[in-house]
Design a protein around this ligand. Structure first.
Ligand code: HEC
Ligand code: HEC
Ligand code: HEC
Ligand code: HEC
Length: 474
């Protein structure tokens, strides 16, 4: 397919330039004529009008039952209404939205309330085509440089594009390529040299530059993927407990209800997929999310409209599942997702209760070591639901694996509640009354209409905030 496109392009260039079939021309026949560090999407438009047009479809905003691309808050009633409690004390309790099309990435990172005057360059890494050039120019100073004052103005002055052609393609040969060093380095820790990747592996690796769990390694604020022990939620947790802590990375934030040092998970599509049935069978991200599409009535190209495959079941799924109908596929996926959401909501509720029980342990002044023990279970319990909740397929990429992870989450949060209950009883605290008070907080957060104010209802006089005061100014 790609070869054919290049032969066409090659002959077109020959006609345009009018040069003869010299050795030089033959050498260049696989070149677009673009600069090797071209990063503006518009530069590719005239050479690849059909791909450009397909890419521009990412502007469409259209939802499916659980996924899709309308800009919506995750706090809405049919999504995850208790997140403002679960992320209390952290930016994710202020604003957290569903993902949408690649073309919106720069606009969305610019406007999100989580970006503050302290945010670093690393936040732009998965949003803009200027990033590889910024890293080339600034070296390791890119990661920790100030987002608002240094990095954003630089990228804007360069005329960058949101996630675009040069992020996945060599602009001269159009071969697939990796542009984000964090992925290359993390795969090395798995013993994989990505320069030796097969064509099929590249159809997932280009996505794995961004659709992964990561943290900012503390010495340089560098985007780092916690994979040295493996891709499973347990293995990434073990990484944070050992390697993360050795580096001085202990937490993303202190929870404002339970005072627990917490980890925040981010969109681990690659890790979830690789442990699931399709990943294990070598079915790539592009197989489902970039099916062939017919354009111009006849030509077939690889679709560059990255969205829910449920919008293109015939091209995305029936190519392999030829014995199934479109309806069967849609129903099967939605069944997986509905079961998944029920379990996810259950895990979130138990985690909410655990946070408040520990808040009560703190105000009732129970033994410090018991509080620490309960907090340890809270940290783990929330990690196990968040690594699933932050994943964007609502369980589809690994139905069995995510269920097992959620069940671990519930188990951990319940252990925190168990420790707390025992200690609170010793102090003569009425646990039934406590449960009622927690339900009142959940209701207040749920009923607040302004998403930005929801988090404020998590805290009251009977559940005082546990965020430590900022360090005193010198
Ligand atoms: C076997 C097909 C298949 C493969 C392979 C696959 N996905 Fe998906 N993906 C889906 C389905 C189905 C959904 C759920 C869509 C929905 O809920 O509407 C989904 C959802 C998503 C979403 C959320 C989309 C939305 O509408 O919000 C993202 C992002 C995503 N996948 C990325 C990836 C990445 C990255 C890979 C490779 C690491 C991958 N997927 C591999 C089928 C697949
Ligand atoms: C997120 C990664 C990604 C981005 C961004 C991207 N592509 Fe692609 N592109 C792919 C993948 C994957 C393929 C399939 C390659 C294969 O299987 O050999 C592909 C294939 C192509 C092909 C080969 C012909 C075909 O239809 O298979 C062309 C030409 C192309 N892309 C042009 C573009 C242009 C132009 C842009 C920017 C407007 C762009 N791509 C942006 C991942 C990307
Ligand atoms: C350079 C980073 C980057 C790369 C590479 C990348 N993505 Fe994304 N992707 C994002 C970001 C960031 C968003 C969310 C954008 C927003 O909400 O503003 C996103 C959103 C999505 C969505 C959600 C769209 C919707 O309709 O809700 C899908 C699906 C998706 N990506 C699939 C893929 C696939 C498949 C690949 C590989 C072929 C890929 N992405 C490569 C960063 C990337
Ligand atoms: C490139 C081929 C390919 C494509 C494309 C593909 N699948 Fe699959 N699918 C497979 C294979 C292989 C298996 C694993 C069969 C096994 O493990 O026995 C599988 C398994 C499944 C299963 C059973 C999973 C389980 O938990 O056991 C479902 C459901 C499914 N696919 C749905 C889809 C949907 C929905 C799409 C489109 C979004 C899709 N598939 C696209 C090849 C594909």
């Amino acid at each position: 397919m790609m070869k054919r496109a290049f032969m066409l392009l090659g002959s077109l260039l020959l006609i345009l330039v009018g040069c003869s079939q010299t050795e030089e021309a033959a050498k260049q026949s696989k070149s677009t004529g673009l600069a090797k560090d071209e990063y503006r999407n518009e530069a590719f438009k005239d050479l690849f009008p059909l791909h450009y047009e397909s890419y521009m479809k990412n502007k469409k905003e259209e939802d499916t039952k659980y996924g899709g691309s309308v800009k919506r808050s995750k706090f809405e009633h049919d999504k995850e209404p208790y997140l403002p409690i679960l992320f209390n004390g952290y930016g994710f309790a202020t604003e957290y939205n569903e993902d949408r099309g690649h073309v919106y990435a720069t606009e969305d990172v610019r406007n999100i309330k989580r970006i503050t005057d302290k945010s670093v360059g690393s936040c732009l890494t998965c949003k803009s085509t200027a990033v590889p050039k910024l890293i080339e120019e600034m070296g390791d100073n890119y990661w920790g440089a100030n987002f608002n004052q240094v990095i954003w103005p630089k990228a804007e002055a360069m005329g960058h594009s949101p996630i675009g052609c040069s992020d996945c393609h060599d602009p001269q040969t159009m071969d697939l390529r990796i542009t984000r060093p964090s992925f290359i380095e993390a795969m090395k820790t798995r013993g994989v040299d990505v320069t030796k990747a097969t064509k099929n592996e590249m159809r997932s690796y280009v996505c794995a530059q961004c659709h992964v769990e990561y943290y900012f390694e503390p010495s340089k604020s560098k985007v780092t993927f916690p994979w040295a022990k493996g891709f499973k939620p347990e293995e990434m947790y073990a990484y944070y407990e050992e390697i993360g802590k050795q580096q001085g990375f202990e937490k993303d934030w202190i929870h404002n209800v339970s005072g627990t040092p917490m980890l925040k998970a981010q969109h681990p599509e690659f890790e979830t997929w690789i442990e699931g049935p399709h990943g294990k069978a070598g079915v790539s991200c592009a197989d489902c999310h970039m099916p062939y599409e017919r354009v111009d009535g006849k030509k077939k190209i690889t679709s560059h409209y990255w969205t829910s495959p449920l919008k293109t079941i015939e091209q995305s799924c029936l190519t392999c599942h030829a014995d199934k109908s479109k309806e069967w596929i849609k129903t099967r996926v939605e069944e997986i997702q509905t079961t998944h959401m029920e379990m996810l909501h259950k895990a979130e509720e138990v985690s909410v209760f655990a946070h408040y029980y520990v808040n009560k342990m703190i105000t009732a002044k129970v033994d410090e070591s018991k509080i620490k023990a309960a907090q340890e279970h809270i940290r783990k319990g929330q990690w196990y639901w968040d690594i699933v909740a932050a994943e964007n397929s609502t369980g589809f990429h690994n139905p069995q694996g995510t269920m097992a992870t959620l069940s671990k989450s519930i188990d951990e949060s319940n252990q925190a509640i168990l420790i707390a209950t025992e200690e609170l009883m010793k102090k003569g605290i009425d646990v039934d009354k406590l449960k009622k008070e927690i339900e009142e907080r959940m209701e207040a957060v749920y009923n607040e209409a302004d998403p930005f104010k929801k988090k404020d209802h998590a805290i009251t006089d009977s559940f005082p905030g546990q965020t430590p005061p900022p360090p005193a100014k010198k």
